[in-house]
Design a protein around this ligand. Structure first.
Ligand SMILES: Cc1ncc(COP(=O)(O)O)c(C=O)c1O
Length: 365
């Protein structure tokens, strides 16, 4: 058996190569490289998949968060509450709009935003809360939404890692004003290239986002506001349409690998993300915590298993946010996770034999 990597994109892309290349050929023949019919097709399919009225294709997931902030009118002087335990791009979306990210610790068990700590962070400048469906597992949407409603705040889903996950039986993507997706190649649904998008049930946001991504223009060469060039590419859109057909099956395979990990990893040194009964995650990542993560990773390496860290530094301790004045100890759960997290191999093409090898190696630590 060769090395087992944390993620391997090659197998999936080999399997669907012919279909993807046929799709690329159509884009090429139509020279529909920027936006256009192949992006529109994917937008319609993805909105249907998420059960939302609209999907707007963009050039990446960071853009999705940034433009969502702009569409809500959020900018300089405003504050947006986000979890300290997330990939940094959640914070970029807020900062790029000129607003300030205000961090909240994560729950020690689910590792998702701790709703009970949000209210203490609300000030007169707070405009929105962004919950992150981290590692592909939905955060407690009802709890966060109740606080948002009580304080007249917007709620945005950062769904970059959670394409197809369900909360109380409903696919995520339509619970707040907008949901922001990344279709970065390594995501469960990843483009052949960079891509992202927003889903929403509100026509006003859909219309505004389409304008913002296209130089602030609805009618060509008439610019109603300062806009951006943040359209999704045609090749990316076409590749996403091909892959969307497989997403549910790929997610189900990840769920069964996760079940194997959960049922068979018995090493008491290894702790897993708790999944409440209302959350059905799609296991973008399978993260565990261990006391000495470097020793654990070295042990796995000796068994030809390549693990990774998601994420080794929480947002509030990143240099980029030093000006916010945070220090170690501010968000102990996020900090614990950062210094103890290890991602085990997780992708749909892992074989049962490989999964067994990971389990045995983890148990042998
Ligand atoms: C939680 C989260 N938010 C936002 C993003 C940003 O997406 P992208 O890399 O497509 O800009 C990512 C992806 O990396 C992410 O994991």
């Amino acid at each position: 058996m060769s090395k087992i990597h944390c993620l391997d994109l090659k197998q999936q892309h080999q399997k669907i190569k012919t279909e993807i290349f046929e799709a690329f050929e159509k884009v090429y023949e139509n020279t529909a490289f920027s936006g256009g019919p192949f992006v529109e097709k994917f937008e319609n399919e993805y909105a249907a998949f998420c059960g939302t009225k609209y999907a707007i294709g963009l050039n990446n997931g960071t853009t999705a968060l940034h433009l969502a902030m702009l569409a809500l009118g959020i900018g300089q002087g405003d504050e947006v509450i986000i979890p300290a335990n997330t990939f940094i791009a959640t914070a970029w979306g807020v900062s790029h709009a000129g607003a300030t990210p205000v961090f909240v610790d994560c729950d020690p068990d689910t590792w998702e935003i701790d709703a009970t700590q949000i209210e203490a962070k609300i000030t007169k400048n707070t405009k929105a809360i962004i919950g992150v469906h981290l590692y592909g597992q939905p955060f407690d949407i009802d709890a966060v939404k109740a606080i948002a409603d009580k304080h007249n705040l917007y709620m945005i889903e950062d769904a970059a890692q959670a394409q197809g996950a369900t909360y109380k039986g409903v696919r995520i993507g339509g619970f707040g004003e907008m949901a922001c997706f990344s279709f970065y190649p390594g995501k469960n649904l990843g483009a052949c290239g960079e891509a992202g998008g927003v889903t929403t049930n509100y026509e006003k946001y859909a219309t505004h986002l389409r304008s913002l991504r296209n130089h602030g223009s609805v009618v060509r060469y008439y610019h109603d506001e300062i806009g951006y060039n943040m359209r999704m590419g045609g090749l990316e859109g076409a590749s996403l349409s091909v892959k969307l057909k497989y997403l549910q099956g790929w997610n189900e395979r990840r769920q069964s690998i996760a079940a194997l990990y959960k049922n068979n990893i018995t090493n008491p040194k290894v702790k897993m993300q708790v999944q409440p009964e209302w959350a059905k995650g799609i296991y973008h990542l399978f993260v565990v915590t261990v006391a000495d993560k470097d020793a654990f990773v070295k042990h796995l390496e000796q068994h030809d298993i390549v693990a990774a860290y998601h994420y080794p530094v929480p947002c509030h301790l990143q240099k980029a946010y030093a000006h916010l004045g945070h220090k170690e100890g501010d968000f102990p759960n996020a900090e614990y996770l950062a210094s103890h997290c290890v991602s085990l191999p997780m992708y749909a093409e892992l074989t049962d034999a490989e999964v067994t090898k990971v389990i045995e190696s983890v148990n042998a630590y």
